[in-house]
Design a protein around this ligand. Structure first.
Ligand code: GLU
Length: 279
């Protein structure tokens, strides 16, 4: 039985690219006993707004999608992320990072040859190398910190890992490509990587469908699954819709929002065709 999900962040109006992702997940679950879930990824209180949550549900329902209730909203499940974090911490693969953005930039500039990942320079590991007494002193002084994954240590602990992508076939996980990612932010006690991995497990998602822009993240999620003893879902990373200039659609393209298209008189069937997932 296939369980898929569409997991938007309510930070703006949905556009055709989101319609493509949502319909892709919906279609993948269209089999006897299949289930399509909606999940609201609203861990960032500075960017997420209730009106965008309402708007996206309205847009998806208008497109013809439905989903079981209650809808999981990540902001209501911080306890689940804290429990997972405690398990990772007990494995000795988590460390506090006191660096500010500026500290990281300066450290990278000083080193001259920072290793790069798919999203830019990797965290240079400054706080991983802090002595225990220095770490304790900064904590005691109340200096704010994020929690990072010691990816080399975690990968050594987990050993060789594989996952399967329906577009790319069998793959060996390469979690180090993103470096020591943040698992819990200074301002929010979780992160995208941690909460998405925990939720897909807790919600029994068997097939994660999402855009190719998140392909590298899956290598890391596979590592977190191994450390946390989770089942491994199947994956299908799909291509991203682009505009006439070949640029990826973004929330800034207000004209392409589903709400704007609806108001301009487009029908759900037309949107499904425009989004590349016709009936
Ligand atoms: N919330 C993520 C986004 O809006 C997608 C989560 C996922 O599919 O893993 O890009």
């Amino acid at each position: 039985m296939t369980v898929t999900r569409f997991a938007p962040s309510p930070t703006g109006l949905l556009h055709l690219g989101h319609a493509h992702s949502a319909l892709f997940a919906w279609r993948a679950a269209r089999e006897p006993g299949g289930r399509f879930l909606l999940r609201i990824e609203d861990i960032d209180p500075t960017r997420c707004r209730p009106e965008f949550d309402e708007a996206l549900r309205r847009d998806l329902a208008w497109l013809g999608l439905s989903w079981p209730l209650p809808v999981r909203r990540q902001s209501e499940h911080m306890d689940d992320y804290a429990a997972a974090l405690a398990r990772l911490d007990a494995l000795g693969v988590v460390y506090p990072c006191f660096c500010t953005r500026k500290d990281i930039e300066e450290e990278i500039a000083r080193a001259g040859h920072a290793p790069h990942g798919p999203d830019g320079p990797l965290y240079p590991g400054t706080c991983r190398r802090l002595a225990a007494d220095e770490r304790a002193a900064r904590r005691d002084a109340g200096q704010p910190f994020a929690l990072r994954l010691d990816v080399a240590r975690a990968a050594a602990l987990a050993g060789s890992l594989a996952w399967h992508d329906r577009a790319h076939g069998p793959l060996r996980a390469a979690p180090e490509t993103l470096g020591d990612v943040v698992l819990a932010r200074k301002d929010v006690p979780t992160s995208y990587h941690l909460s998405v991995t925990v939720d897909d497990h807790l919600q029994g998602v068997t097939l994660v469908t999402r855009g190719e822009d998140l392909f590298h993240a899956t290598h890391l999620h596979r590592l977190l699954q191994a450390l946390l003893g989770y089942e491994v879902p199947d994956y299908h990373h799909h291509g991203l819709l682009t505009d006439a200039q070949g640029r990826r659609l973004s929330k800034r393209d207000g004209a392409l929002s589903l709400a704007a298209l609806r108001e301009a008189g487009r029908s759900p069937a037309e949107i499904r065709a425009l989004a590349g997932v016709p009936d």
